[in-house]
Design a protein around this ligand. Structure first.
Ligand code: ATP
Ligand code: MN
Length: 463
């Protein structure tokens, strides 16, 4: 690539250097003395580069007016020290070109604040805004730090299937994948015959790669997945997407304590990496989106997470004196309001709840001897609530089979999963991190729809 990224120029370039840059015009100011200042942004960082185009530059008279907000621009010239405030250097162009103009009447991103709702309607252009550029760079940095975290610890990266015939949670909420002719089917009010379908049985988009990850953890050692998952839950919240990315490590010969330790180290290490590598973007979020972003992240990096048994959390919630929208009761799942009170108001830092009632957790979680709880854990963080859900897995064949019956699932369907307990079973553990919730935490964005390039939610799959 012949063009120097702006991020590199602003960091390293010295006056006198000859460079070419390419990007999109944020603004242009024409001075009365016959030259122009263009703020050029190429997405490589938050800052734009000031390009000074003198009236003497070839083509100035004919083309400078084309360099409006949103137009693309290529410029070559000499780096000079900038007399202006807030920037070290600027580019004095010797030549420039506008490969693509942007009609000022219709270009939707004129220089003013736009609501996030409006920007969602132009998801194809929103990456050109400061906020979305920063979100995507943070997302990228987090993604890289996640791979590094696991790779450094020898975890194997596994790609689990997206189309599946097993339901990990044993709950509904799955998208069916079919090649059956739905229009024909609609004409005949008969039961759908999935044996005629592409896979010869009903198939869906995966809700989790966990069960398949367990296969590899119990043969090749610690592994992780990082891929898309799909849930057809019809909930219009600020923390749920129909398509989201999940990071799922799975470790053989590990119990719930090891699992909690890994989850904590994982969040703290990745957060620290992002704090180090995305300073400019995080400062922007702290200034413009949420004044507590840096404080929350620094708190995460510098404090041990507090571990609280579910039963104790219920007692705290009951003793809080708060009136809850959803009642608190032992044996009920915690709602977002409860999770947030615990982590934001009571403990004021991330916490890990563990040993949940077995009636509200999936079949694969290891049963405790008390007969009423399982070795489950959730990591709760300020502003989000649950960001990680995990557990020690039930490794005992008889108890696992019993649990399948208890959850009204057919052990025949899980024959291969049960084989892992039949042949060389081991204690093992793992968890799932919702990647977009993590991006929410890192950026302070209120709505998860703004933390993924293209959000899929009920009644919305545009772009
Ligand atoms: P919640 O109770 O918040 O709906 P869950 O308990 O159903 O979440 P898990 O099955 O434990 O979620 O999934 C593991 C992680 O995946 C969660 O901790 C969360 O970070 C993330 N996650 C779950 N559902 C969604 C969703 N619909 N959109 C985005 N992230 C999600
Ligand atoms: Mn969960």
């Amino acid at each position: 690539m012949a063009y120097t990224p702006v991020v590199k120029l602003l960091r390293d370039a010295q006056p006198g250097e000859e460079v070419s840059v390419a990007g999109w015009v944020r603004t242009r100011r024409d001075s009365k003395n016959g030259f122009s200042f263009v703020e050029l942004n190429d997405g490589s960082c938050m800052s734009s580069l000031q390009v000074v185009i003198d009236g003497q530059v070839p083509g100035y008279e004919e083309h400078i007016r084309e360099a409006t907000t949103g137009a693309s621009l290529i410029a070559s010239g000499t780096v000079q020290e900038s007399p202006g405030k807030g920037q070290r250097i600027e580019l004095h162009a010797a030549s420039f070109e506008v490969p693509g103009t942007a009609d000022a009447e219709t270009y939707p991103l004129q220089k003013k604040r736009h609501s996030f709702e409006f920007l969602r309607e132009i998801a194809h252009l929103r990456p050109r805004t400061n906020t979305f550029g920063a979100i995507m760079r943070v997302r990228n940095a987090a993604s890289r730090a996640i791979h590094e975290f696991f790779q450094q610890r020898g975890f194997l990266y596994i790609n689990t299937p997206i189309i599946t015939t097993s339901d990990c949670e044993g709950a509904g909420e799955m998208f069916t994948v079919t090649t059956l002719d739905l229009e024909q089917l609609a004409k005949k009010p008969t039961e759908v015959d999935f044996t005629q379908d592409f896979f010869g049985r009903r198939a869906s988009l995966t809700v989790s790669g966990q069960l398949e990850a367990e296969v590899f953890a119990t043969s090749l050692g610690s592994c992780y997945t990082f891929g898309p998952t799909f849930r057809a839950e019809n909930s219009n919240t600020t923390r749920h997407l129909a398509e989201f990315w999940m990071v799922e490590p799975e470790m053989p010969f590990c119990n719930l304590d090891d699992n909690m330790r890994l989850a904590e180290e994982f969040i703290r290490t990745v957060t620290k990496d992002v704090l180090e590598n995305c300073r400019e973007d995080l400062e922007f979020f702290n200034l413009r989106i949420d004044k507590t972003v840096l404080e929350v992240l620094e708190n995460i990096v510098s404090h041990d997470f507090i571990r609280v048994p579910y039963t104790e959390a219920i007692e705290l919630l009951e003793a809080s004196g708060k009136t809850w929208e959803f009642p608190v009761e032992w044996g009920k799942d915690l709602q977002s309001e409860h999770e947030r009170w615990l982590t934001e108001e009571h403990f004021k830092q991330p916490i890990i709840l563990f040993d949940y009632p077995r009636t509200i957790k999936p079949f694969y979680m290891r049963c405790n001897d008390d007969g009423r709880t399982v070795r489950a854990m959730d990591v709760l963080v300020p502003r989000i609530g649950e960001i990680i859900g995990g557990s020690q897995r039930e490794e005992r064949l008889d108890i696992l089979t019993e649990r399948l019956h208890e959850c009204q699932l057919d052990p025949e369907e899980y024959w291969w999963y049960l084989d892992l307990r039949r042949y060389g079973t081991v204690p093992h553990s793992g968890f799932g991190l919702g990647f977009e919730r993590f991006v929410q935490l890192l950026t302070g964005m209120v709505n998860i729809r703004d933390c993924i390039p293209f959000a899929r939610t009920p009644r919305n799959a545009d772009f």
